[in-house]
Ligand binder design. Structure first.
Ligand code: DC
Length: 223
């Protein structure tokens, strides 16, 4: 029997700051190629939620590590289940994004999620979205994209998303929250958000989703 090494499965890594649109772009690229899709931020959001339910502070690394290790998560289509509960909408709330960013500073929490993320690498290919996809989790990704947009454009996109989902939102609070999260994600000592050498930079501030998707597909096809 021959085993095909997962190392030969192509990965497109898309990293960037929160609300940059990378999730939507990554999902569309995966659909276009028939590839699997990893939303790594969802795992940090799930640790944020599970620790909240357990009454564990985001400062307490020793208590967070077992929660991250034992996370009972199932991704089913576009739904996410924690134990048996559908938490798809809850984890998208701003409060969970903030908790996610706080738990993500701990090296032990990040280490506990590595194998879980790498297991998404299945044929015919994977599009992985996050902060450290190219720098840590899939260092041999065939195409590496660093996707950004101005903080104002990101706040506006997030505002529209939240309103469309029926959540309340306040533009100045959103802007401040994005700035805080950018600073925390970029300045932490373990796996900070930064572009790796050789990454393609894509500023989507004045781009449509379709233009961004086509650009990523073009880079992948040329790689
Ligand atoms: O992509 P997102 O907004 O869903 O991510 C939520 C938080 O999770 C983000 O603020 C930082 C953290 N995160 C991370 O540290 N590493 C990743 N690969 C993905 C997300």
């Amino acid at each position: 029997m021959t085993t095909i090494s997962t190392q030969s499965v192509p990965v497109i890594a898309i990293d960037g700051p929160t609300a940059s649109g990378k999730g939507t772009v990554a999902q569309r690229v995966a659909e276009a190629l028939g590839f699997h899709y990893l939303d790594s931020g969802a795992l940090y959001r799930l640790v944020g939620l599970a620790s909240f339910k357990a009454g564990v502070s985001t400062d307490s690394e020793p208590d967070l590590i077992p929660i991250a290790e034992k996370l009972n998560v199932i991704f089913q289509g576009d739904r996410v289940f924690l134990a048996d509960e559908d938490v798809t909408d809850v984890i998208r709330q701003e409060a969970m994004g903030k908790r996610a960013s706080e738990v993500a500073v701990h090296p032990g929490v990040r280490a506990a999620l590595v194998a879980r993320q790498q297991a998404f690498r299945q044929a015919p290919g994977l599009v992985a979205d996050g902060r450290d996809m190219a720098s840590v989790i899939f260092q041999d990704a065939i195409t590496k994209v660093f996707l950004t947009a101005s903080v104002e454009a990101r706040a506006e996109r997030r505002y529209k998303q939240l309103i469309a989902k029926g959540f309340s939102a306040n533009m100045s609070i959103l802007l401040q929250d994005l700035r805080d999260r950018d600073a925390r994600d970029a300045n932490r000592s373990t796996s900070p958000l930064k572009a790796v050498e050789g990454a393609h930079h894509l500023d989507t501030t004045s781009m449509t989703i379709e233009e961004a998707v086509n650009q990523v597909l073009a880079w992948y096809k040329a790689s």
